[in-house]
Each structure stands twice: as structure tokens, then as C-alpha cells.
Design a protein around this ligand. Structure first.
Ligand code: SAM
Ligand code: SF4
Length: 347
């Protein structure tokens, strides 16, 4: 099993398939003029930390499908039950359905999911479903075309809405929708997003803004706490707590009284859940990260490419997991942001 020195057993592996993305979200890759304009008013308060110079991973460093499948197979053998494919934008990876088909049939794997911005899903949805993908999460931070474009850098609201309904038609279940809530940007849309989830029977997740953007522009004042989101939603909707969550679940869930759709609050900044964290990450260039906020990465790619045996990799992986950090230090004076943005780490 994969156990760390704090007694946590890891069950969840997030696999980033690429660091590339066709969006430029203001909270992840804030490279657009709209993103700069938004942050400009706040930058006077920024701590003196440099933006991350975005350097794309050379293509030869991206793990091949064979390498990814091998790592997942070994991880499943070590007790990993859940795999989430992410990025960057995972649908930018050519023939992704081939990889999904290979992973979906691995014995012992209980759950295979994907997180995507949804822009390319209309072209890929059917093939992904046929390949065995059952669960999908889309990012959708705004229902207003202009605000969507301001946030993501792309005029793609119509495509993402189409993707969400297509996923439902294709029988993906649950279809989740993630919104990162940022004060002064989309916090006025919280109720509208919840309404949308209710109307369409979706699992809506409101996520606190974390210091993982490439511009290092995150500021505590921009975070809308999960508590604030929930208080506002409770004023508007009749919400009931969902049945007891798995303690390592990142979200606290609430269902609408009529049973159609649900709300989840993910509050890693204001209510950290590190004590129950059972997650491990594999970056697109083959580094193992034991925490979203790790400042060290562990190089698996060279081991895969240097002919190490399965046994050697398994024992190395166990040693790496043992060193998993106790918790993150967001908001504390000693906090050091990771050297790569969320798009490179894999959210
Ligand atoms: N491109 C895909 C997408 O956007 O869904 C998958 C990768 S993205 C890095 C995965 C998730 O991370 C998305 O739901 C996104 O909203 C979230 N995310 C990115 N940057 C974030 C940040 N600074 N704080 C909180 N969540 C963030
Ligand atoms: Fe946005 Fe996801 Fe791309 Fe980051 S990786 S810019 S969150 S779409």
C-alpha cells in the first residue's frame, strides 16, 4: 500500500496528460490583457514574488501512453482506486480515447474520471464514453458570455454549455461542474450557477481560489470562502446536507430539497482538509507530487526511461509517498508557492 509517515493511505492519483491549454484562465494562466487589467488594481498589495515564466514542457518529456498506463497499473497494484485525468487541458492530447480505453479495463481500478474545460468535448465525448469513461467534471466559472471570455481568455461559453448537455445525453454520471469563485470577478454569479445546476441536475462545485496561478497574483482578499458561498446559497435555496461524505472527499456536499442537482463546497484555503488527504499527482512530464503545494517534485520519468523494473519503481514510489507533506501552509508567513502553476501540476 501507499502509506505516508502521517498514517494516511493514498487512494487517489491525479494524472496530468499535458501542460498545454487552449484557455488562459485568470486564476491559472493569467496571460491575457483582461487578466492583467483585473489584477492591476490589486497588485500594489502583492508580496514581492516573481511571476512564473511559463516554459512548456518539451514534447519528448511528456510521458507516452505506455508510460502512463504502466504507472497507473503499478499504482493500482499499490491500492490506488481512483484515477482522474487532467492537465493542462487533457483533451488536447491526441487520441486520448485510446489511453482511456487502456486504463478503463485495468483490474482493480474502481473509478476513472476526467477534468476538462470542455471546449473540445463535443468532438471527443462519444469516443470517450465508448472507451469507458464514466465520470467527467467541466470547468464553468460564468454563465455570462463576456465574463466567461474575461475569465478564460476564450469566447467559449456556448461550446462548454453544449458539452455539459452532451455529457448528460451520453450517460456520464455524475456530470460535475467546477467554478473557482473570485471576489469582484464572478462572485455575483454564485446563485445563477447554483440555479443552473438545479435546473439541469448537475453536481456543482464551488472552489476557493488557491495560490497556484502563474502570475503569483493570488491575494487572500480575492478568495471567497466556502462558508460565504454556502451562507448565500442557503438564503436562496432549500439545501439539505448530503449523506455522509467520505472523509477524504475534498467537498462538503448539499442537495437541493427536490433531489435534483447538488452543491459541493471545496474550501482548501479556509478549511484545509490535509489531515484526510489521500491524493498523489503525476505531472505530464513524469514527476510525482505528493501535495498540490509541494515545493519538491520526484522524478519518475528518468526511472521509467532508464529501464528500472516494476519492483524498483514500486519501492521507490513507496519511499516518495512516505515523505508526503503533513499539510499546506497557505496564508502563513512561511508559505512558499510551488514553482509551477496549476496548469502544469494538474488540478
Ligand atoms: N483544463 C482543465 C479544466 O480547467 O478543467 C483541467 C485542468 S484545471 C488545472 C483543473 C481544475 O483546477 C479546474 O477545475 C480549475 O478550475 C482548477 N483551478 C485552476 N487553477 C486554480 C486555482 N488557482 N485555484 C483553484 N482552482 C484552480
Ligand atoms: Fe483554465 Fe484548466 Fe487551462 Fe488552467 S488548465 S487555464 S484551469 S482550462
Amino acid at each position: 500500500m501507499l502509506q505516508d509517515s502521517h498514517g494516511r493511505i493514498l487512494r487517489d492519483l491525479r494524472v496530468s496528460l499535458t501542460d498545454r491549454c487552449n484557455f488562459r484562465c485568470l486564476y491559472c494562466l493569467p496571460e491575457t490583457e483582461a487578466a492583467h487589467n483585473f489584477y492591476r488594481g490589486h497588485w500594489a498589495n502583492l508580496p514581492n514574488s516573481k511571476p512564473i515564466l511559463q516554459q512548456w514542457v518539451p514534447r519528448t518529456h511528456l510521458l507516452s501512453f505506455e508510460e502512463i498506463e504502466r504507472v497507473i497499473r503499478l499504482a493500482v497494484g499499490l491500492g490506488i482506486q481512483k484515477i482522474r485525468l487532467t492537465g493542462g487541458e487533457p483533451l488536447l492530447r491526441n487520441d486520448i480515447e485510446t489511453l482511456v480505453a487502456r486504463i478503463a479495463t485495468l483490474p482493480g481500478l474502481e473509478d476513472l474520471a476526467m477534468t476538462t474545460n470542455g471546449f473540445l468535448f463535443p468532438q471527443k465525448g462519444q469516443a470517450l464514453r465508448q472507451a469507458g469513461l464514466r465520470r467527467i467534471s467541466f470547468s464553468l466559472d460564468s454563465l455570462d458570455r463576456d465574463n466567461f471570455k474575461k475569465i478564460t481568455g476564450r469566447d467559449g461559453l456556448a461550446e462548454v454549455l453544449k458539452s455539459i448537455s452532451l455529457a448528460q445525453e451520453l450517460g456520464f454520471h455524475p456530470v460535475k461542474v467546477n467554478a473557482v469563485v473570485i471576489r469582484g470577478l464572478n462572485d455575483h454569479e454564485i446563485e445563477a450557477l447554483a440555479d443552473f445546476a438545479h435546473e439541469h441536475g448537475l453536481a456543482m462545485r464551488f472552489i476557493e481560489f488557491m495560490p497556484l496561478d502563474s502570475a503569483r497574483a493570488w491575494l487572500k482578499e480575492l478568495v471567497v470562502s466556502g462558508r460565504e458561498v454556502l451562507d448565500r446559497l442557503k438564503q436562496r435555496f432549500d439545501l439539505r446536507p448530503a449523506l455522509a461524505d467520505n472523509p477524504s472527499s475534498t467537498s462538503k456536499r448539499w442537495i437541493f430539497a427536490d433531489g435534483r442537482g447538488e452543491i459541493g463546497i471545496i474550501a482548501p484555503v479556509s478549511e484545509p482538509f490535509c489531515g484526510h488527504c489521500n491524493r498523489l499527482r503525476l505531472t505530464a512530464d513524469g514527476k510525482i507530487r505528493t501535495c498540490l503545494f509541494s515545493i519538491t517534485e520526484h522524478d519518475l520519468r528518468s526511472r521509467l526511461r532508464n529501464g528500472e523494473s516494476d519492483d524498483q519503481i514500486v519501492s521507490w514510489l513507496k519511499g516518495v509517498v512516505w515523505q508526503k507533506e503533513a499539510r499546506h501552509h497557505i496564508g502563513e508567513p512561511e508559505f512558499v508557492p510551488p514553482s509551477r502553476s496549476m496548469s502544469c501540476i494538474g488540478g
